[in-house]
Design a protein around this ligand. Structure first.
Ligand code: GLU
Length: 291
């Protein structure tokens, strides 16, 4: 089934942009960025700038109950303070719901999706969706006060091994897997640099890219930063962000030095601006070290 004109225009725009190089950093505004997020932002920015790519800031604010007031402003301020300046206007997913909705309707009409009534409990312990609702006629409407989720039919022999990916959640929210793929297509993203915790999302995203006939970007992962107890940092731990360092009197050169030293890019105790780090790494051929 042919893609309708207005959706074809998104694809055409993506194709045009894809002739250049584009990276992006896409935090969810669930709190202030912690040092692990900032380290990922730094690597993403360095990777883009070393490649002469643009670097976009996208705010993944679709899951509104998890958004925290003031988080977007704090994210922007922290990136600016570190000297990680993005190109163009900030992209807010909450303003792009119309686009995601149009893609969902088209995918549904073309038979690429099926409604699924499985509860989280039913699927517990199954790493890949077992196809329970794939071939039944589960209906669109309310049943037992619940709407279905909508899953993409992924061929069982699919090399991504993602199973049938949820594109619209049962609570009505557009799933992250769909929104992120539509955005990466529309903005012609060629390189995604993100935290290691998102590696598990890659297979599902590759399946969505394949369903839309699109070549996925290159994915790179930055190791997660842990606290002294060896646990992964969370945005809810306010103590893990820039604020305590700023209160202790550290300037951005000291913090960039600390983040870069943690990545093994500069010796401990280095002080340098993001721009100086970029110049140093460009000189040393940093882009070759990101696989
Ligand atoms: N918003 C997602 C997160 O913060 C990341 C999206 C992505 O980089 O693909 O976990």
């Amino acid at each position: 089934m042919a893609v309708p004109d207005h959706l074809q225009r998104h694809l055409d725009q993506g194709k045009r942009l894809r002739q250049g190089r584009h990276g992006r950093f896409a935090p969810s505004p669930t709190g202030r960025l912690h040092l692990g997020n900032l380290r990922t932002a730094l690597v993403s920015w360095l990777q883009a700038r070393c490649e002469g790519a643009t670097w976009l800031l996208r705010i993944d604010d679709l899951d509104t109950p998890r958004n925290r007031p003031g988080a977007i402003e704090a994210i922007e301020a922290d990136l600016q303070w570190l000297g990680l300046h993005w190109d163009g206007p900030v992209i807010r997913q909450s303003r792009r719901r119309g686009q995601y909705g149009s893609w969902l309707s088209w995918l549904r009409r073309s038979g690429a999706l099926f409604p699924c009534r499985c509860s989280r409990r039913q699927l517990e312990g199954q790493p890949i969706y077992p196809g329970t609702c794939r071939d039944g006629d589960r209906g669109w409407g309310w049943q037992q006060q619940r709407l279905p989720s909508w899953r993409l039919r992924v061929p069982p022999q699919d090399p991504c091994g993602s199973g049938d990916v949820v594109l619209r959640r049962a609570d009505g929210f557009v799933a992250y897997q769909l929104a992120t793929v539509i955005d990466d297509i529309s903005f012609g993203i060629t390189d995604v640099v993100r935290g290691e915790d998102l590696r598990v999302a890659e297979a599902a995203q590759r399946s969505v890219f394949a369903a839309l006939g699109w070549m996925p970007p290159r994915f790179h992962y930055v190791p997660l930063l842990c606290n002294e107890r060896g646990e992964k940092l969370s945005k809810r731990e306010a103590s893990a962000g820039l604020a305590p360092l700023q209160q202790a009197g550290l300037d951005s050169a000291a913090v960039v030095g600390q983040l870069a030293a943690g990545l093994g890019l500069v010796p401990r105790g280095s002080r340098l601006s993001a721009q100086d780090l970029l110049a140093d790494l460009t000189h040393r051929g940093f882009h070759a070290s990101l696989s």
